[in-house]
Ligand binder design. Structure first.
Ligand code: GDP
Length: 303
């Protein structure tokens, strides 16, 4: 399956660390727990989330002093899944759209994280589901960003609203939602610029883009999707912190999980930010964006 293939590196690295941690041990003792802590931290789960997981396992050990290491995988899987089910708000993600038309998704994130690609993949999925999609190229700072989005628009045969490079992003966003209303579109995907060097600028720009769209659709954007590059590990946490401070993020997409052993980052991000991870990117192809299911995700580590 796609998910297993996409997470292969994370899984292989995680499993080999796990077997080293329990090598020659039959009982889950202090030493095994210390090793387990190192395994989780070095798998990019993040320190805070690792501590929560270890505490849960310590509770299990306290209840069952003879807990064997052969059971550790099973227990770890249960405790991570339990932790994630408590820490996330909202319903399980799916590709279904709420009954709002057009449903406006503003996509934010630092340059290079896979924002445009994610928009293209989403356009494809929505279109395949019979939805009428409109793209808005509101990242007007880089000519390449507009061109990239155009390529996805052509590839998925979806209309795009664009202006020339350097034009006002808010003006592009306005035109896009206006055009979407006129075309009776179901979903609008707005690309935005991801320059993080100045938080105040970023905040002002995203606020302005929102405000201008609201002149056409009062509740827009209905969703603010933050795209994070999973292969950057702890850096993805940092970006999530900065963007959630700059604007109200409502969902997350974690990309590039194929080709990295840092997939544990999704567990930490799910736990630390009270924002649901909705999608994961496991490749460059149009089909390689998956709706995130936390249980399947955790299971794939232990399969
Ligand atoms: P943007 O600057 O955030 O819009 O980033 P792009 O969408 O242009 O993506 C940057 C690079 O990452 C491109 O080469 C994409 O093909 C690649 N990319 C995006 N998502 C994924 C993914 O899930 N897996 C892999 N392997 N590559 C990805």
């Amino acid at each position: 399956e796609n998910l297993d293939k996409g997470l292969e590196k994370t899984k292989t690295s995680f499993m080999s660390k796990m077997s080293k941690a329990v090598a020659g041990k039959t009982k889950v003792d202090e030493e095994v727990l210390d090793d387990l802590e190192n395994v989780l931290v070095s798998s990019d789960v993040g320190v805070a989330t690792t501590i929560k997981i270890i505490n849960r396992i310590e509770d299990r050990v306290a209840r069952d002093k003879y807990l064997g290491t052969e059971e550790l995988n099973k227990i770890l899987r249960e405790e991570i899944a339990g932790l994630l089910s408590e820490s996330e708000t909202g319903e399980a993600a799916n590709i279904q759209l709420p009954d709002v038309k057009p449903y406006v998704i503003m996509v934010v994130g630092v340059n290079g994280v896979g924002k445009t690609t994610t928009i293209g993949k989403l356009a494809h999925q929505f279109k395949s589901a019979g939805k009428k999609v409109v793209l808005g190229a509101a990242d007007t700072f880089r000519a390449a960003a507009i061109d990239q989005l155009q390529i996805w628009a052509d590839r998925t045969d979806v209309p795009i609203v664009r202006q020339k490079m350097g034009s006002d992003p808010a003006s592009v966003a306005f035109d896009t939602v206006q055009s979407a209303v006129k075309q009776n579109a179901d979903v609008v995907l707005i690309d935005t610029a991801g320059r993080l060097h100045n938080k105040v600028n970023l905040m002002n720009e995203l606020t302005k883009v929102k405000r201008v769209m609201q002149k056409v659709i009062p509740n827009a954007p209905h969703e603010v999707l933050l795209v994070l590059d999973g292969s950057t590990g702890q850096n993805a946490f940092e970006q999530a912190k900065q963007f959630t401070a700059a604007t109200e993020v409502t969902s997350l997409a974690v990309t590039k999980l194929d080709g990295t052993a840092k997939g544990g980052v999704v567990i930490g991000i799910s736990d630390q930010f009270k924002i649901p991870v909705k999608y994961i990117g496991v490749g460059e192809g149009v089909e390689d964006l998956q709706v995130f299911n936390k249980y399947e995700f955790v299971d794939s580590f232990f399969r």
